[in-house]
Design a protein around this ligand. Sequence first.
Ligand code: ASP
Length: 329
Amino acid sequence: MSIVLITLGGTIAMGGVDAGRPGVVTRLTGADLTAAVPGLADLGVPLDVRDVRAVPSASLTYRQVLDVVDVASAAVADGATGVVVTQGTDTLEESAYLADLVWRHPAPLVFTGAMRNPTLAGPDGPANLLAAVRVAAAPAACDLGVLAVMNDEVHAARWVRKTHSTSTATFASPNAGPVGHVIEGAVRVLARPERREPLPRVDPNRLDATRVALYTVTLDDDGLLLGGITEGHHGLVVAGFGVGHVPADLAPLLGDLAARMPVLLTSRSGAGSVLRRTYGAVGSEADLRRRGLLDGGLLDPYKGRILLRLLLAAGLGGEALDTALARFR
Ligand code: ASP
């Protein structure tokens, strides 16, 4: 049994300060991170550490995340039992979801990070890393797709969200709950999400060239920002109110856009699904569907944007796009 640990930076590794400047910066390597975890060596799991990047997670790109998936895939093909990725928590839900869409191995690919940096009292990085390694090494965690492990909870990448800006209990899966827990060091899996056929490997150049905008609707929204959206964009995700509503004045504008590019309707609420046929007013979900918007179902806006970008980069459109979306929403 062996686990590959890929480090990308983030708070978990932010143990340094630059002279004359406030705030922590990334300084710790994978070797530093593992050395700070009590009990890790006692697990008897050999760790192969790869320091790939040292950045705040706000600066990660799709291409870099897909490179990590390639490194992880090659490691598994070479016999690694599982892979752990450490990164900043800010974009962890997006990286893990992107990786999940293309991860084709039964072996666990586990993302983790920290909310309290190593210079603070009670940093959570060491505990999260230990739990993530336990999960990556656990036979029970195989075939669950990509996972996020924080705070001794195991979350499926397809459902996990960062729900709090500072709490160590920030990661939650509002629609489903955690799929497992780490209890006294043992990995207990309580639910096994059905695995979906992974998406084919996308050409990174096509992905870079495929731009999908995300627009959050707000009270008294005149939609002015949507004016130039078709220039340079190939798709749009709308984060609507509640079950997928927008102000009546925005409905024709979105309908016009939907005639020119795929427009995916999601909810800005943080949990729950958009509906399809419950409300009928102008700007309601049924009205927007009639105008050509696509149903985002349970996809939150961030996951919807990742999925739509991958599908458009793969060349899908029209009915094929809607059929593909239906597998994931
Ligand atoms: N800003 C940090 C990052 O995402 C936050 C974190 O690591 O938790 O890199």
